[in-house]
Design a binder for this molecule. Sequence first.
Ligand SMILES: [Zn+2]
Length: 505
Amino acid sequence: MSKGTLELRLYRGAFTGCTELPLRIYNTASRSIEKLVLLESGKARGYVCGPTPYDSMHVGHARTYSFFDTFVKLLRYLGVKVDLVINFTDIDDKILNKAREEFGPESYRRWREIPERYIREFFEVSSRLNIDPATHYPRVTDHVEDMVSSIEKLVSSGYAYVAPDGSVYFDVTKVSNYGAFSRQDISSLIAGARVEPEPGKRNPLDFALWKSWKPGEPWWPSPWCPGRPGWHLECVVMAAKYLGVPFDFHGGGLDLVFPHHENEIAIARALFGKNILARYWVHVGLVTVHGEKMSKSLKNIVTVQEVLSRHSGEALRLYYSMTHYRKPLDFSLEGLQQAEQLLRTLYAAHDYLLQLTREARDEQGEKDSEVLTRCYYFENQFIEKLLDDMDTPGAVSTIIEFARYITSTLIYVPEKVSKTTCTTLLQIYTELGNILGVLYQTKLPDIVIELVEEIVKVRSRLRSEKKYDLADSIRAFLTNMGIYLTDTRVRTYWTIDRTRVNLPT
Ligand SMILES: [Zn+2]
């Protein structure tokens, strides 16, 4: 590859060691799209609120983790190192309720089996969705001491108070701009607040930092009473421990803006005196079903496991990317099927390109420079879509355009492109797909390749002998197996349907 063509790749690895990135992202804190400027050159630190592992993950949760995976992959593509923390809220009322339901009087001894089971499922789902592992997955129960010492600080500085039962509450009136982040009118919130069964609370918006022990519940020691930490505190304590304060981006589902993130910010202000816990607050829109929020009472929860029992993880990833992350996503089977169709197009281009590469000649081709220019154009356009507030639908359109260029133009002129050019194209095309969490099933077992190649050759011979009936029956047999053919004057290209065949990789 000449130097001239190399320079056409504008973004890949170009921001190693930089603080200012070309990425613009919507910041919930300012309610505007901002340029991403890192606190430390060449390194981004982020925290995404993780699951409370008491039940199977639903398609709304998976949308959030899939989005942040693409976000992190884009940063890495730009040359930025990323430290990502996702926590597990492995002690919570919901976990204890589930343990009581399942284990009855045994729940005191066995409650940990609940978070263990769903954390395991979280990792299985993450892997099927091609989500890269986070740098750290801290658990609340491993950090109780850190939380107790933070609460002690908050009590001694007057931001928190101890209720008669030994619970500790954060006093929201002590931070001057409580409600500013989520743009809530605090007085109307107080008026509308439900009266919760927490008699020691001074203000309905105050929230528990420490919950006193109740019979049958697990507990940890503290200066106030045996008990366990409250939810909002954990993220602040664990983010500070693993990332330092402030850090670059903090994310989660849109439903976490209030009260969870508002409360995290209030705690961080009180603990560290910093105005904001993270610079950029990024929230992913909710997933609805027939326009309604998924909820247990409506019995309309779609779990990721259910979807993955009938569809590939890559189809689900592509489906998520087809909607902008800030928009609500109304989950539908039709949408998922549309994503599967696009995935077939993406894999057809990949497979054809692989076959083209295998047979391409070593010497320079007449169209090399033109083809590479097109390829870099697609690459830059794809990245520019993502740099514009993570326009994944735009990125999907670009990679589909790239795929169509391969399947409708390139494969018809195999003698005009060199092996080197084909290899570059294949590598860039796959790399772009990977940013969206797709094109991971690219390696086919040698035996499958040899077998299909042999059948295709037999069919070609039959066609040249004008035995079309037999040739057609071979095509029909292959189609039935999920193997689709495209005939050109030079050769027959083939692709295997990854949405229905679970191939070993
Ligand atoms: Zn959180």
